[in-house]
Design a binder for this molecule. Sequence first.
Ligand code: MN
Length: 323
Amino acid sequence: MERIESLPAQTRPAGAAPTDPGSVLLPGHDVPLGRYTTVRRLLPQRQRRMVGAWCFVDHFGPDDVADRPGMEVPPHPHTGLQTVTWLLDGEIVHRDSLGNVQPIRPGQLNVMTSGHGIAHSERSPAAHPPVMHGVQLWVALPDPVRAGAADFAHHAELPRWRDGELDVTLLVGELVGEASPAVVHTPLLGAQLTARGPARVTLPLRPDFEYGLLALSGAAEVDGSALTPGGLLYLGVGRDRLEVAADADSRLMLLGGEPFDEPLVMWWNFVGRSHEEVAAARADWMAGRRFGTVADDAAPPLAAPEMPTTRLKGRDRRGGLHG
Ligand code: MN
């Protein structure tokens, strides 16, 4: 295990291509989201922007929201990505500009595909459970899907099975012959691992995938690293299995995918390939074009921040600048 802070770029031999490390424990950082929620952002990070096409990982809670509104994110736009929402506790109602109004509860999966543009809001209902806890993840879309139509899918039922003391729920992709109904557009994996008792298991991995593992609750020891909520263990390509020792009642999330080699321009809620593309999305949102109107949500839409005064540059999955 290495901490990425102790790996300054200049220690690489001159001219050597950066290689994927065996594993790196990346600490997340806290980010306020909306008025009432603080999230742990685990991706992107400075030197590790993506795991497969997973380009954004926010872990929120567990928060006591018994006397608070819970999640309150007013209408806002997205381009070039899928949002994947997964709750451990609480309830959120998703409303979007395609007309969908869909509550999501623990154990269910929402996958919203923005394509060229969609707007949505995410709010806890007035009468909601007392605890809010979950993740929101973004998946970068490849061409031509990223320029295509928007879509929304709610999956109330997902493949689940038991592996020793571990319960596995498959959110995205394929694992041990099971397949998630969620539609994604690059080879990708997302699974929750729930330890009933102290669990020691060997998970099968694909050597052509890179992986990230985070603790949603509890603790685990993986590849020599102690994993607790707030950190992301990055695992480079070339592994065919992973030994996981999880404490009783801990919940982990395994993310994986084929390395996504295109540099991305990520700014606000947009994932694009150029400054101009992102600036056009912002201008369309502020002018009320392209994204439509969110169903059943009369709140004022979120205003986009001002564009930076310098040009936005693309970053590859290791944080290298492009353009
Ligand atoms: Mn959103």
